[in-house]
Design a protein around this ligand. Structure first.
Ligand code: PAF
Length: 282
């Protein structure tokens, strides 16, 4: 695996692969890689001969007072991990490479609507930063396929919408969430949890599982389900942001005929903001 920071070097490599008719997959990350990221890389290899992993802690998707400065940057460890994976190139651009006219003057890509509720309501501007950087990575790499984790359910829907709306010739694949043995979704931010918080953290997944069971049992009073799960989360020590039962297709309120739900939750536990979701066919 080659590590590159220079976009011209990356583009030379990409051109060589393309001239050999090889397909290219991209796995965008912010680093501090865990087994969830590696599952994206291995899934990428099943869809393309070449896999580019990017590590870039993107300043434009962090709001005021969020954890941009303290976000774990673990490039050496990430590189060692990726060497044992199917990645061909690790691309680690600088802020100047990603935003040549500066962050303030950057051309922005915004997906309205879908970005305004759930995590978008708790983190205004967050998804604008995500689509802005992902569009730039797509423009640089011009991949055939791009992989994102289901844990960030709203993010992958927003990116799918952007790709469809801009007619980008890229297939978006969503890879199931990888969990710890006790159900906690793997996340770079789990590193912020102290021992007691780590013990409490699986409550988020448990609350979502509770709603899943009730939906499968025929319950359809979504507000009541959300309310009681939010109370359980608070009881487990979370400062809940939201628990929501939505249509898996577009995150809208589920209509009478909805049979594919997504149950999403977000909350703070100490320094960590945790999110999770489950797809439910009911
Ligand atoms: O999911 C993430 O790690 C980030 O939001 C992404 C997609 C790499 C964009 O910075």
């Amino acid at each position: 695996m080659k590590t590159m920071t220079d976009k011209l070097e990356l583009q030379e490599q990409l051109a060589e692969w393309r001239s050999a008719d090889e397909h290219i997959a991209i796995v965008p990350t912010m680093g501090n890689l865990h087994a969830g990221h590696i599952s994206l890389v291995e899934a990428a290899r099943e869809h393309a001969e070449r896999v580019v992993v990017t590590v870039f802690v993107n300043p434009t998707q962090f709001g005021e007072g969020e954890d941009f400065d303290s976000y774990p940057r673990t490039l050496e460890k990430d590189t060692r991990r990726l060497r044992k994976s199917s990645a061909d190139v690790l691309f680690v651009p600088s802020v100047e490479t990603m935003y040549p006219f500066g962050v303030e003057n950057a051309t922005r890509v915004v997906v309205p609507g879908l970005t305004e509720n759930l995590c978008g309501a708790s983190r205004p501007g967050h998804f604008d930063g995500v689509t802005t950087v992902v569009a730039r990575l797509f423009a640089l790499v011009q991949p055939d396929v791009a992989l994102f984790g289901q844990k960030d359910y709203q993010q992958q829907l927003v990116i799918r919408r952007m790709v469809e709306d801009l007619n980008l010739p890229i297939t978006i694949l969503t890879v199931p969430t990888v969990r710890e043995a006790d159900g906690l979704a793997m996340s770079s931010r789990n590193a912020y949890l102290d021992d007691a918080e780590r013990q409490a953290a699986p409550a988020l997944h448990e609350c979502l599982r509770g709603i899943e069971a009730q939906l499968q049992g025929g319950a359809r009073d979504f507000r009541a389900l959300e309310r009681s799960a939010t109370e359980s989360l608070a009881g487990a020590g979370f400062d809940p942001e939201y628990v929501a039962v939505r249509s898996a297709e577009d995150l809208g309120e589920p209509g009478d005929n909805c049979s594919r739900f997504v149950v999403l939750g977000a909350g703070r536990l100490g320094q960590a903001r945790l999110i999770d979701n489950l797809l439910v066919d009911a």
